[in-house]
Design a protein around this ligand. Structure first.
Ligand code: GLA
Length: 698
């Protein structure tokens, strides 16, 4: 809900457990008052009466206190907004008005608060919306003047944390095949900057940070911020001299120019969402998950099917008959969606050719995709395909016809990565071409699913002939979003997966228009535990695709693991199978069928339940638990066991302490909190063992 002081200058947004308050001073400064436990409007008004520190020659009374620090005036923190006109730089705004949008059920729940400012014709609107305990923020800039306004930098929000000693910064870092790895380290004075200079979200950092001073998995205060943008981005976390912390973030990796707004043009930043939780890292994650399921992910109430993906089974060497053989095996183990990965189109027999030519390869699919799709449908499964629309191989009909459709700098080498170039999606003709090709494809065969890949970074982001070429960094992403939105509207039955060489494009922006993401190209079930642990800090299992592939792991590390371990690891997300099923024995297929059946039983809990990370993947035993209503399930993975020690005891969470729970695997009845212990349920032993434990309140 939103409370507003009578004088119309103090605003208080509150969720179930937290509040966020801000205040407009007489001098038109927008000051941050509070972010933390719930407070009343009277408390916010009392905070608003505390005067700012006095001006002194070497200190700014505003630094660390403003909601959205602009460039100019007595400010020395990193500005969220840098603007240049033909005459000058900087911003000096005046408050114009505020308005409150419509909330739910006639109240102010979920209502958007908009604060309007003006700087000589540039209209600046700050948007705030409380969803659960997540504050969504963004900014709109509209050039209402006669001249041009260059946005050198326009962050989505700046977050201010209270002055405390000993701030710790958590982040998710990585690289290809090792995404979403969690680290936590003391925040020292100065700035810590993370981001992507690559044109996509990147494998190197998820656009998320968390800050705490003494939180654990189960208790303590945690602040978290996550950006919804799938292009280059930057989040700067500053430890200010007075022990306050400011976090500012938005699209673009530097301040050298984002967009040029002509008269009447506007730019709306992505959403930068933030939350405060006093439930430790686990509580913060559950709040993030609930928020995304309720407000970000399309159709999140619908569970995702078990899929088969052909990539690791057949790589580029595919044919209709061979895919049909795989499909028959997949259907036999209970798969619900069959996805043909790379290699079905153009002259795509390796990664050297074909990207851009989105018509079925006539040698491999002489009658198009429909015959295979019909066979797959006939087996009771849905049918999906892989595409990489933003790319082109120089060896393609598209590139031969339109060599100027790619990003390039005139007179310079066009850098090829994986033998491909990036199409300039900011161009309208490229947008129309892709719309026409993809719309035709989705109309021509019964396709239910599209895995949308992006397999290289921007390197030569030029646009010859365009007066302001650097706009392509932002406009590429806006065009991608518009294309996805248009395809979703025209083909509502089609689900989309965001992939970028694994987890290179995972953020709240892409998640608001895709149904799941490909977490990592690393399908080794042990490595996956750490990747999934990091991923789960922010995103729910409902979008986290995980496949069971062959053992030893051919794609990456050659490690052998049991089918049991591979399944239990992958069942913590949206289960898929990606091995060469034509090589699996009858026994393996029979075992796989049982695991898939078990997954379907626990799927509502995994995909819609509350997650409790019982033990991190760093120790011998790792375990996650999902709770939905009266049911709970634990997925336990034993990495190593030494000295014959018993598996450590683990207390289950999120259960009714007064109720009794019956374990499906052992038949035992437990009262109150349940301990997972040695021998339960099937005796975890040796290395890389795993088990599933289901309990139901009786
Ligand atoms: C990327 C994806 C893989 C696969 C290949 C196909 O690397 O992450 O899953 O689709 O492309 O070329």
């Amino acid at each position: 809900m939103v409370d507003i002081a009578e004088n119309g200058r103090t605003w208080l947004l509150s969720g179930p457990t937290s509040s966020y308050a801000l205040h407009l001073s007489e001098a038109h400064e927008l000051l941050h008052l509070h972010w933390g436990p719930r407070i009343a409007l009277a408390d916010a008004e009392a905070l608003a009466r505390s005067p700012l520190p006095a001006y002194r020659p070497f200190e700014s009374p505003l630094d660390g206190r403003e909601e959205y620090p602009v460039e100019g005036g007595p400010r020395f923190v990193r500005p969220a907004l840098c603007v240049r006109t033909d005459e000058r730089r900087g911003t000096e705004w005046r408050f114009v008005s505020y308005e409150l949008g419509a909330g739910t059920e006639g109240g102010t729940d979920g209502a958007e608060l908009r604060l309007r400012f003006d700087d000589d014709g540039l209209a600046i609107t700050l948007h705030y919306r409380m969803r659960g305990d997540v504050v969504e923020r963004r900014v709109t800039l509209e050039n209402g003047g006669r001249g041009r306004v260059e946005l050198l930098r326009a962050d989505a929000a700046t977050w201010t944390l209270p002055d405390r000693d000993g701030w710790q910064l958590s982040q998710l870092h990585g690289r290809w095949a090792a995404e979403s790895l969690l680290t936590r380290a003391p925040l020292t004075h100065g700035e810590k900057v993370i981001g992507s200079r690559r044109g996509h979200t990147g494998h190197q950092h998820l656009p998320w940070v968390a800050l705490d001073t003494d939180a654990t998995e189960e208790r303590g205060e945690v602040y978290g911020c996550a950006l919804g943008w799938s292009g280059s981005w930057r989040i700067a976390v500053a430890q200010l001299p007075d022990a306050r912390v400011q976090i500012t973030g938005g699209a673009g990796h530097d301040d050298s120019g984002l967009l040029l707004l002509g008269p009447g043009e506007s730019y709306t930043t992505p959403v930068f969402a933030g939350l405060w939780s006093d439930g430790g890292f686990g509580g913060a994650s559950r709040t993030w998950h609930a928020y995304q399921r309720a407000h970000v992910i399309p159709d999140a109430e619908r569970d995702r099917p078990v899929l088969f993906n052909s990539w690791e089974a057949t790589f580029f060497d595919i044919s209709e008959e061979q895919q049909a053989a795989l499909a028959r095996r997949a259907a036999g183990i209970g798969v619900e969606l069959f996805v043909v990965d790379d290699g079905w189109f153009g002259a795509r027999t390796s990664d050297r050719a074909g990207l851009g030519d989105w018509t079925p390869n006539p040698d491999r699919f002489p009658h198009g995709l429909k015959p295979l799709a019909d066979q797959v449908r006939g087996l009771g499964m849905r049918f999906g395909i892989w595409v990489e629309p933003e790319m082109v191989n120089p060896d393609s009909d598209l590139y031969r016809a339109h060599p100027d459709w790619v990003q390039y700098q005139p007179g310079r080498r066009r850098t090829e990565l994986r033998n491909q170039l990036v199409l300039n999606l900011a161009r309208e003709d490229v947008q129309e071409y892709l719309w026409e090709r993809l719309d035709t494809l989705l109309s021509g065969a019964p396709i239910d699913y599209v895995k949308w890949d992006f397999n290289r970074c921007f390197t030569d982001a030029g646009w010859p002939g365009e007066p302001y070429p650097q706009r392509l960094w932002v406009d590429h992403v806006r065009a991608l979003y518009a294309l996805l939105d248009r395809l979703r509207a025209a083909h509502p039955r089609v689900a989309f997966e965001s992939c970028s060489g694994g987890g290179g494009r995972i953020d709240l922006g892409v998640l608001s228009r895709t149904d799941q993401v490909w977490t990592s190209d690393n399908t080794d079930p042990l490595d996956r535990l750490a990747i999934q642990h990091g991923f789960s800090q922010i995103h729910p299992a409902r979008v986290m695709a995980a496949w069971v592939t062959d053992s030893p792991n051919t794609q990456l590390n050659g490690r052998a693991s049991s089918l049991r371990f591979r399944f239990v690891s992958a069942m913590a997300g949206v289960l898929g199978v990606g091995g060469d099923l034509t090589e699996w024995t009858e026994e393996e297929l029979a075992e796989a069928r049982e695991w898939v059946a078990l997954y379907k039983e626990i799927r509502p809990l995994v995909q819609r339940g509350e997650l409790y990370r019982l033990r991190p993947p760093t120790g011998g035993l790792s375990a996650v638990q999902y709770v939905l209503g009266a049911e709970t399930v634990v997925l336990a993975c034993l990495r190593t066991q030494s000295y014959g020690e018993p598996v450590p005891r683990v207390r289950l969470r999120g259960l009714d302490p007064t109720a009794s729970y019956e374990c499906r695997e052992t038949g035992e009845v437990h009262r109150g909190a349940v301990l997972l212990h040695h021998g339960l349920p099937t005796g975890l032993r040796g290395d890389l063992d795993a088990a599933v434990l289901r309990l139901c309140r009786i």
